[in-house]
Design a protein around this ligand. Structure first.
Ligand SMILES: Cc1cc2nc3c(=O)[nH]c(=O)nc-3n(C[C@H](O)[C@H](O)[C@H](O)COP(=O)(O)O)c2cc1C
Length: 383
């Protein structure tokens, strides 16, 4: 059996799968389920200084479906903000978790004043927190949206906490930063253990009958399996350039996604939406799938492959092989004559002949028809 041993905030984890901060990680009862399912660590629901956010409206979830013909994806759209608790009650839960849970349970705080950042982090440290995650990236309003001095404000908050406590700190970043790599470099100078890349985006959906936003008239958090590509891209760029641990977050739907984040250089992988939609046992599925993939590849530990697809292993524009060496070809026996390829080919290369598709010499090898053919009757072949 390969070892899944990983780290988060310098703490040793038995699995890189970490439960991300959300309503599913607020109470010790929920945390016990995640621990039993095999989580390496848990990040608790964020404690907010802004008190109004502690009362959540109902309902606060929608699943937005984005369908285009047979192509489907979805957004888990949510208006869930803070933990329902104030700092004293939250600290009691941190203390309880320390007594009753065998894996690291990390509080998460989101403040707006220096006194809040320093005071809340001190309370968490005194409650026995093994580390603290700084949620400076909440999609419902955070430093990221405060206007001109975003990076300065963000680093100011990090400094306020760093000078207040000694516990390891992890900074959760927003995908809406314009210069994520530069921010990571700045954070690295501040005795911080790691970064979470990334929190969710802020989105808007509109009820076109009522002509207003669907979620209580407000913006809301949005994400889903489609969201993985963006953090994956940044982690692959950041990991060779920073000594910080990188906890990946965004779009994990299967063990393959965990493998992808580790290949890009993540040191742990957070999961949230999959728990909301599939239950805590999805954590076990992720661990098992990761183990099986490692065993099949002959890897014994995460370090054997972590970061293999990052930095210079990703080609730049000058290095990509641009030679046209393949074109599309139709297997007539499989073609149903539906005409999809002919309808979509922007190169006028696919045409219908005796109720069968045919690819002409206009084909420029783009390969899109291969993915659109409902009968998988088209393949790329060498010229
Ligand atoms: C309902 C919900 C509540 C969340 N609450 C928090 C939170 O309190 N603090 C925080 O830092 N992130 C919060 N997040 C973001 C998640 O921790 C995670 O970073 C994000 O959802 C991306 O991961 P996923 O694609 O696995 O969901 C929340 C996400 C969801 C869906």
């Amino acid at each position: 059996m390969p070892s899944l041993e990983a780290t988060y905030a310098g703490l040793k984890l038995k699995s890189p799968v970490v439960v991300a901060s959300s309503g599913a990680s607020e109470k010790v009862e929920q945390i016990k389920l995640a621990e039993a399912a095999g989580a390496g660590a848990i990040v608790m629901k964020s404690l907010f200084e802004k008190e109004v956010c502690r009362i959540a409206p109902t309902p606060r979830f929608a699943i937005l479906r984005h369908n285009m013909k047979q192509h489907q994806t979805f957004t888990l759209y949510s208006y869930e903000q803070a933990s329902v608790w104030g700092p004293e009650r939250y600290a009691q839960e941190v203390e309880r978790a320390r007594r009753e849970i065998g894996i690291p349970v990390i509080p998460s705080i989101n403040c707006f004043s220096d006194a809040g950042w320093a005071g809340y982090s001190k309370m968490m440290e005194q409650a026995g927190a093994p580390a603290i995650e700084l949620n400076i990236s909440c999609p419902h309003g955070s430093i990221t949206f405060s206007g001109g001095q975003v990076v300065d404000n963000l680093l100011h908050a990090v400094d306020a906490v760093r000078s207040a406590v000694k516990v390891p700190l992890v900074v959760k970043l927003s995908p809406q930063l314009t210069t994520p790599m530069q921010v990571v470099k700045e954070i690295e100078k501040r005795q911080i253990s790691g970064v979470v890349v990334f929190n969710r985006l802020t989105g808007l959906d509109i009820d076109i009958e009522a002509e207003r936003p669907i979620m209580h008239g407000a913006y809301a958090g949005h994400g889903g399996p489609w969201a993985i590509s963006y953090p994956l891209r940044w982690i692959s760029e950041m990991s060779p350039q920073t000594s910080l641990e990188i906890s990946a977050s965004g779009g994990v739907a299967s063990a393959d996604d965990v493998v992808k984040y580790l290949l890009a250089g993540a040191t742990s992988v957070q999961v949230c939406t999959a728990i909301y939609l599939c239950g805590y046992n999805v954590i076990g599925t992720l661990n098992t799938g990761l183990s099986q993939w490692m065993a099949a590849k002959g890897y014994e530990r995460l370090a054997d492959f972590r970061g293999k697809v990052s930095g210079t292993s990703i080609l730049n524009a000058d290095q990509v092989n641009r030679k046209h060496h393949q074109v599309a070809s139709v297997d007539e026996a499989s073609c149903s004559g539906c005409g999809t390829c002919a309808a979509v080919c922007i190169h006028f290369a696919a045409e219908m002949h005796n109720k069968k598709a045919r690819i002409t010499t206009h084909c420029d090898g783009c390969g899109l028809c291969v993915h659109l053919c409902p009968k998988q009757a088209i393949a790329m072949v060498d010229m």
